[in-house]
Write a new protein. Structure first.
Length: 107
């Protein structure tokens, strides 16, 4: 099992380099990791690696207000999801502008 993410800045049409992302366990509520996206809008390492597989609810918190330098509408975007299969790969991308976002389970 692994968990990865990447962020695309749809306002500027490029990867969102330098965005802070937090990974939380929901039960128990605990910060598992805090990372900054690289030049490709990705994390340098998986957020959870095979030896860290944790079945249950998790939440990625994307700090988009800090990234865009404004908080007129969006500030932090929480994406809550469930890891149900310890052998599966989970990829949770975010496409974002200061006013809208979308996410999906990638491959």
């Amino acid at each position: 099992m692994s968990l990865t993410t990447h962020v695309l800045d749809t306002r500027n049409g490029r990867p969102a380099a330098g965005m802070k992302i937090e990974l939380w366990s929901v039960e128990p509520h605990k910060l598992l990791q805090s990372v900054i996206t690289n030049a490709d809008g990705r994390t340098d390492q998986p957020l959870l690696s095979p030896n860290e597989s944790v079945i249950g609810e998790h939440e990625l918190v994307f700090h988009v207000g800090d990234y865009f330098g404004e908080r007129q509408f969006l500030d932090r975007i929480p994406v809550r999801f469930r890891i149900a299969d310890a052998a599966a790969k989970y990829h949770v991308p975010l496409l974002v502008s200061p006013w809208a976002y979308s996410t999906y389970r990638g491959s």
